[in-house]
Design a protein around this ligand. Structure first.
Ligand code: SAH
Length: 360
């Protein structure tokens, strides 16, 4: 009878030790082991540890990044994404400068200090046109600008940086090169890495991230992704579950596991410490909204959507996207409520990259 509590105490100690070890000296095998723990009690212990690391390194504030999806044109045919060029059912759009500026004004009126300009990877995107959008936003508003428009020549990145862009998001999606190659026809893993390096060299605050639950992805792959995030010293890391879309090669594959996505987020927080990590829209778009769980497992960013109402549903990277019919100001107040519910608050500052501390 007295035996079981002792065993439980030992198991507890062990998990704590491994978490501590991953925090101090992350290794792929330990991370993969922790990723495998789907027992609710053990999982909760990982979340609690991550939440402490979050509190220590980025505090209780939740940063808001307003996103504007300005075009759904794409030249690529990624096996998971609804914007892939072979999806002929999708009506394509590109916002005008005026439409973008109008959304930016609305976003600034909500006191948000970062705009994320996202699109598919489109050949038709004129780099000078985007440079003009960036300059106009910088002239008219006091905002940080994050770009997320995929792989481009270094000269384009330079032009946009010189026009005033502050940050760039380019998700690696998976660091398993073989898996990456199998999901991204005509694309190259080496070029994605080259682009990430080019962005760092230009002085952008750089973000990357992965998708959880891709077909043939292993826990070792995900652990390797986390080690990669650390090695790149990333300022922002986006992690979301895979959500199948009917007009893609992976339409028949099940969605990514929520628990595994949350554990990945938590372990990324433990390993990368002060990076900005969003509770992604993808986490909100499964059977229920899991963003609150994300915020409790290490996340410190939310991304309200400021794409104009008429276009929102056309940016269908996956189906069931959350908050398609709400106006973004409603989303912001809903997010403030979520923050209060977990004793956190919305931080209306720019939320620039934090210095990488060596503190233990
Ligand atoms: N073209 C841009 C932005 C693409 S959309 C770029 O390459 O950076 C933004 C992100 O949505 C992608 O990086 C990918 O991680 C995610 N995404 C696309 N399809 C998805 C799906 N079916 N499930 C989950 N995430 C998806």
């Amino acid at each position: 009878m007295a035996f079981w509590p002792i065993v439980i105490v030992k198991m507890r100690e062990k998990l704590e030790n491994i978490l501590e070890k991953v925090y101090l000296k992350p290794e792929q095998a330990d991370i993969a082991y922790l990723l495998s723990l789907d027992d609710s009690r053990q999982q909760e212990e990982i979340f609690v540890f991550a939440d402490k690391v979050r509190k220590k390194f980025v505090g209780d504030g939740i940063l808001l990044r307003g996103i504007i999806e300005f075009s759904n044109h794409c030249r690529n045919s990624c096996f998971y994404c609804g914007l892939n060029k072979n999806n002929r059912k999708l009506q394509r759009y590109r916002l005008t400068q005026e439409e973008i500026l109008r959304s930016v004004k609305f976003l600034a009126e909500q006191k948000i200090k970062t705009v994320v300009l996202q699109s598919g990877e489109e050949d038709g995107l004129d780099s000078f046109w985007l440079a003009e959008v960036i300059s106009r936003i910088k002239r008219e508003f006091d905002l940080a600008i994050t770009l997320c428009v995929g792989e481009r020549p270094q000269d384009d990145y330079k032009l946009w940086k010189n026009s005033g862009a502050d940050r760039y998001l380019l998700k690696i999606e998976t660091t398993n090169e073989k898996l990456y190659t199998s999901l991204h026809p005509q694309m190259s893993f080496a070029n994605r890495l080259k682009c990430l390096k080019g962005l760092c060299d230009l002085g952008f605050q750089v973000g990357s991230g992965n998708i959880i639950g891709l077909k043939n992805q292993t826990l070792a792959d995900i652990a390797q992704d986390i080690i990669f995030f650390k090695s790149q010293d990333l300022d922002m890391i986006g992690i979301g579950p895979f959500i199948p879309h009917s007009q893609t090669e992976l339409s028949g594959h099940g969605h990514g596991d929520v628990g595994l996505t949350l554990r990945t987020l938590a372990l990324t927080r433990i390993v990368c410490r002060n990076a900005h990590i969003p509770a992604t829209t993808a986490l909100a778009s499964l059977n229920k909204d899991y963003r609150l769980q994300g915020l409790r497992a290490g996340a410190n960013v939310l991304m309200p959507n400021f794409t104009p109402m008429d276009y929102k549903e056309l940016y269908e990277i996956y189906p069931g996207k959350k908050c398609l019919t709400e106006f973004a100001d409603t989303c912001v107040s809903c997010m403030a409520q979520k923050a209060t519910a977990i004793n956190r608050y919305i931080d209306y500052s720019r939320g620039d990259a934090l210095e990488k501390k060596v503190e233990v």
